[in-house]
Write a protein that binds this ligand. Structure first.
Ligand code: AMP
Ligand code: GLY
Length: 424
């Protein structure tokens, strides 16, 4: 079969690598893809938001299955456009992707269906938000309603900071139209866990847990980024946590979406916080995490095509989803200065060291192929993943592998997975 993947990051490279393993697949295309994906798929110069062009391409090439990796096209309704054109597609339709696309929607959904989350209020008027803050307790969390590249969340320690925050989100429109509405919510504490799941509209099967490192610098200092590294499984995702979430969060979310007439098919990513009062939902995403996908997918035993098709067909209950009994760590190699400003165009050396090694993976995020070879072309450049028998071994191997790669301005966090040292 012919598969088309939509997106251009490390996540889509990890999806492409999983798809390539399937004996059912003869040809992979990626729109627009990146230089690394281009080594295993044919990249086509169509952007993820060019819906009509994607549909025309998929028809022309008689694509059997399209997998949408990125949030923007999902929230914008690419799946609806493709399905209307008769193209079989994996991912939520627009009316379901709103689970990620609007924080106000997802908070109201959780409240209505008693899904545990932080207490909150929604606002579409800055004056009402400011007057609410006068009697609030601090710290408090402000969230722009719409997609904001993971940056639309402000944690404010004082009333002054929070007032500034409301101004920047709702009046100065720092995050664009995603700040037309805003959520103000209770500040929670605890460890964060990412749980990705496959959903077919009624059945949900969760994947192995993971943890991201969102801040740019060691010790969770510095600015928020797309993610500087991940590990899987999370040792903090215990049997008790799993049982709680199965009882109150996972199926409840799928059922709530169905009850609202917004049947969800695709991947739901639960961003959880393990608070002293139990697990709470921080946020939902309607897609694989990036770089969570780079540690979760390499550990999945199933043929990804079987699982994705079962989600589309509503037969996920017949899939026995299995993960290897091991661990994986992904360290992101970034351009120094990310996420603010950085230089690019530097030659990348050492990629060939990964060839033929089953336990090591290098996922491209921001690279470009030139006549002189691969060069850096973004903030997050590569994701270096290693699998090991446990998290300690996986971390050791991942950091060893980061040394095989060289480029000017190479920057990485040195403490990815360090949290596991605190686990008995
Ligand atoms: P979100 O995009 O909603 O996941 O928020 C981004 C990050 O902000 C999360 O990963 C948390 O680290 C932090 N955050 C979001 N909401 C809260 C909250 N209610 N309490 C504490 N931290 C939060
Ligand atoms: N790693 C977090 C995300 O993909 O949103």
């Amino acid at each position: 079969m012919k598969v088309l993947i939509v997106g251009s990051g490390g996540r889509e490279h990890a999806i492409a690598m999983s798809v390539k393993k399937s004996p059912k697949v003869d040809k992979i295309y990626c729109a627009p893809g990146n230089a690394g994906i281009g080594e295993i798929a044919e990249c086509v110069p169509i952007k993820a938001m060019e819906f009509d062009k994607i549909a025309a391409f998929a028809k022309e090439k008689k694509i059997d299955l399209t997998i949408v990796g990125m949030d923007d096209p999902l929230v914008g309704g690419l799946v609806d456009v493709l399905e209307e054109a008769g193209i079989r597609t994996f991912g939520p339709k627009k009316n379901a992707a709103i689970l990620e696309g609007s924080k106000a929607f997802s908070k109201d959904l959780m409240k209505k269906y008693n899904i545990p989350t932080a207490a909150y209020e929604n606002f579409d008027d800055p004056k009402a938000a400011l007057s609410y803050l006068e009697t609030a307790s601090f710290p408090i969390v402000l969230k722009a309603d719409g997609l904001a590249l993971g940056k639309g969340v402000l944690i404010c320690n004082t009333l002054e900071e929070a007032k500034e925050g409301v101004k920047s989100i709702m009046e100065d429109k720092k995050f664009g139209d995603s700040g037309n509405r805003m959520v103000i919510e209770e500040f929670m504490t605890g460890r964060e866990v990412s749980v990705l799941s496959f959903v077919d509209g009624k059945t949900i099967q969760i994947m192995s847990s993971a943890q991201d490192h969102k801040r740019a610098k060691d010790g969770d200092e510095g600015l928020n980024t797309g993610g500087m590294g991940t590990f899987s499984p999370s040792p903090f995702y215990t049997k008790e946590v799993d049982e709680f979430c199965k009882k109150y969060i996972y199926q409840a979310t799928v059922d709530a979406m169905a009850a609202e007439g917004r049947e969800f098919k695709g991947v739901i990513f639960f961003g959880l916080m393990l608070t002293p009062n139990g697990p709470r939902v921080l946020e939902y995403n309607a897609r694989f995490g990036d770089p969570e996908a780079q540690v979760v997918l390499p550990r999945m035993k199933n043929d990804i095509i079987d699982v994705v098709e079962a989600c589309i067909d509503g037969t996920l209950d017949q899939i026995d989803l299995q993960f290897e009994d091991n661990a994986a760590v992904c360290v992101v190699l970034a351009s120094d200065g990310y996420p603010v400003s950085y230089e690019k165009g530097f030659p990348i050396k050492g990629l060939e060291a990964f060839e033929g090694k089953d336990d090591y993976f290098v996922f491209h995020a921001g690279t470009k192929k030139t006549d002189a070879g691969f060069v850096t072309d973004g903030g997050r450049v590569l994701g270096v993943t290693a699998k090991g028998s446990d998290l300690f071994e996986a971390r050791k191997k991942a950091y060893e592998a980061t040394e095989w790669i060289a480029f000017d301005n190479k920057y990485m966090r040195k403490d990815i997975g360090k949290a596991i040292d605190q686990q008995g």
